[in-house]
Ligand binder design. Structure first.
Ligand code: C5P
Length: 222
């Protein structure tokens, strides 16, 4: 289609969230945080007391999600119904639950059109695992962001600290590795770079460096 889409895929903690937000701000484009949709599905299911083995019930939860993303200086405020759940959905256990529901093909399917609706002029920055492979295969530019697991654990710890939560590095590393494993091994939409994606390893790069590199790549593509 004619709507420019920039996809950023990669494992958790590679900096996708921050970098996507900065790029969207800089370009004046819309932003899709697709991980938040899986996190919201998991949180809504928990609140409704849905069994995480009950795939049809989880599909219903995904279909009926009543959510909103409100722009804010801190990023985006995320609403579930009337409730501001911006902080709650970032909890590690919700991340784990999100990864469980994300392994179900029917749940992914239920969220597909909702994600594609974010592609609006003047453009979209889409952050996730399968943005370039499944949701926006025609994207103008596809980036696959990586960083070492140790570096990602350190970043996650700093991020948690900034929101007043705490977790030990070894625990975070274990969770990150378990989540990577599950996201890469699942049969549907596994975490993998699209064939036409450009991989950027951010272990040794600052956030402004990464933003500048991606901005330059986008400018090259015209
Ligand atoms: O990126 P974030 O950590 O918020 O994503 C939470 C979980 O949602 C991931 O571990 C992954 O399992 C799932 N996810 C996904 N596809 C996406 C985005 C997130 O499967 N596009």
């Amino acid at each position: 289609s004619d709507i420019p889409v920039l996809t950023l895929d990669g494992p958790g903690g590679a900096g996708k969230g921050t970098i996507s937000r900065l790029l969207a701000d800089e370009l004046g484009w819309h932003l899709l945080d697709s991980g938040a949709l899986y996190r919201l599905t998991a949180l809504a299911a928990e609140r409704q007391g849905v069994d995480f083995d009950d795939e049809p019930a989880l599909v219903q939860v995904a279909r009926q999600l009543d959510i909103a993303f409100l722009p804010d200086e801190q990023g985006a405020r995320v609403l579930l119904g009337e409730d501001d759940v911006s902080r709650e959905i970032r909890q590690e256990h919700i991340g784990g639950r999100a990864s469980e529901v994300a392994s179900m093909p029917a749940v992914r399917d239920a969220l597909l059109a909702r994600q594609q609706d974010f592609a609006q002029l003047p453009g979209l920055v889409a952050d996730g695992r399968d943005m370039g492979t499944v949701v926006f295969p025609q994207a103008s530019l596809k980036i696959f962001l990586t960083a070492s697991a140790e570096e990602r654990a350190r970043r996650r710890q700093a991020q948690l600290q900034s929101t007043g939560s705490h977790a030990s590095l070894p625990d975070l590393l274990k969770e990150i590795q378990a989540r990577d494993e599950r996201d890469m091994q699942r049969s549907v939409a596994p975490l993998v770079a699209a064939r036409d994606a450009i991989t950027l390893d951010t272990t040794e790069l600052s956030i402004p460096d990464v933003v500048a590199r991606i901005g330059a790549l986008l400018a090259e593509r015209g």
